[in-house]
Design a protein around this ligand. Structure first.
Ligand code: UD1
Length: 417
């Protein structure tokens, strides 16, 4: 079984490139299904979730090939509207095929993506939005069949700005008949990047304020070439690793415009952060300041995906911090593993109270999900002695090669196979 071995403590120093964004690339690959032609998607990260997405695309009839870090997708012919169980179950994001396949084929059968360790993750908002556009659903114990006689534009008021449900609604609406107005949709960059991709392919989507999307249905989309933005969560993870280790690092190809709330938090932690073009430099030579209160929020708030890496950094702060999780109910599972390394974290409902300790000590710990796994890597880099992290397959879902990147920053770590 693969595991990551880290010898610490490390003070990170150096420069690294940020990979393409997982959460932006995944719905864009699903959107390629809507285009009865060739889509060329540059800067795709080579990670497990992208490989799963490719397998789904191939199963439904697309021809997909890598050219360097670009994916070339030929979706001229789409056959099967049943998505393969093994990949759908493995990856929550497969749910965005609903909107794309309803638009292209008029039907889809999908195994429930199911819950996962970070929370229940229902799909009621997806179904409500697609239902308003003309989809009807038949549900069995473990799968859902959606079909339509033709999608028609509608007004969709989202009860909560769900990222996936907004993406699904947009995908279904771009070639629907007439005009769709989405109100209260998600504003995450992963949604606006999907909009940019679709508009490059001939869609007519106008982005309004406060999560409003105005979509004029077009008959057909055309071939497109597009570059995926850099990953704000990977960038944030490495910046938090820089803070936790009191290092001095430079990120190239960083999505500077998407990191506003993260940079604010890095500054509160005591780091000096400067951005120039698409580079971010972080100097965290002093101590780590505690953060009296912070809550995760939808964009442009502090992202839930960086909450666990932040907990790792706060474990070493000079005082008490309080972090409230507002998006996913079970995002604190990693606290138990961090405690095994000496962290002092108490969880009460949706809030974590972190009393900073002087040092962490390496131990054998297990990643149970993606961002919690990244938090353990940060803790391991800063801890005294040796840390062994199992469950690397979760980390591989989002980080192309976390060992390679952090070695570039001077981290003494390796992947043991
Ligand atoms: C996406 C990201 C994930 C990120 C999250 C929030 C991808 C592949 N994943 O997930 O990394 O943490 O956005 O930024 O892009 N909800 C419902 N009903 C629904 C849909 C969602 O109750 O039908 C709830 C969820 O349980 C959760 C909250 O809404 O509590 C946010 O979920 P959502 O924004 O949909 O996140 P995802 O799209 O699943």
């Amino acid at each position: 079984m693969n595991c990551i071995k880290i010898s610490g403590p490390n003070i990170l120093h150096g420069e690294v490139d940020v990979q393409g964004s997982k959460n932006a690339a995944l719905p864009i690959l699903a959107a390629a299904v809507l285009i009865p032609d060739i889509s060329v998607v540059h800067n795709c990260p080579k990670i497990a979730d992208i490989y799963h997405m490719i397998s789904i695309l191939e199963q439904i009839g697309c021809k997909v090939r890598w050219e360097g870090t670009s994916l070339v997708i030929d979706a001229k012919e789409i056959g099967d509207s049943r998505l393969p169980k093994e990949y759908v179950k493995a990856m929550r994001c497969s749910v965005v095929f609903m909107g794309a396949m309803l638009a292209r084929r008029g039907e889809i059968t999908l195994y429930y993506p199911g819950g996962c360790i970070i929370g229940k993750r229902p799909i009621d908002l997806h179904k409500k939005a697609l239902g308003l556009l003309g989809a009807v659903f038949e549900e069995a114990a473990d799968c859902i069949h959606a079909k339509t006689d033709g999608l028609t534009g509608s007004t969709i008021r989202m009860d909560f700005p769900s990222v996936g449900a907004t993406q699904n609604a947009i995908l279904a609406a771009v070639t629907a008949q007439g005009r769709t107005l989405i109100e209260g949709g998600a504003r995450e960059p992963e949604v606006t990047e999907l909009v940019r991709f679709l508009n490059c392919a001939g869609a007519k989507i106008v982005l309004g304020k406060k999560g409003q999307y105005e979509i004029e249905g077009v008959r057909q989309l055309h071939a497109v070439e597009f570059t995926v933005v850099s990953d704000r969560i990977v960038a944030g993870t490495y910046l938090l690793a820089g803070v936790a280790s009191r290092g001095h690092i430079l990120l190239h190809r960083a999505p500077v415009w998407h990191l506003g709330s993260v940079v604010e938090v890095l500054k509160k932690l005591g780091a000096k952060v400067t951005a120039s073009g698409d580079c971010i430099e972080l100097d965290a030579g002093g101590g780590i300041c505690p953060i009296p209160y912070l809550e995760t929020a939808v964009y442009p708030g502090f992202p839930t995906d960086l909450q666990s890496p932040l907990l790792a950094a706060l474990s070493l702060a000079e005082g008490v911090s309080c972090v409230r999780e507002r998006i996913f109910e079970n995002r604190f599972a990693v606290a138990e593993q961090l405690r095994r390394m000496g962290a002092d974290i108490q969880i009460s409902k949706d809030t974590a109270v972190v009393c900073g300790v002087k040092y962490l000590v390496g131990n054998e710990v297990a990643a149970g999900e993606l961002r919690g796994g990244a938090a353990l890597v940060i803790a391991g880099l800063c801890a005294r002695c040796e840390t062994m992290i199992t469950g690397c397959r979760y980390i591989d879902r989002g980080y192309e090669d976390i060992c390679r990147d952090l070695q570039c920053l001077g981290g003494n770590m390796e992947l043991m196979t």
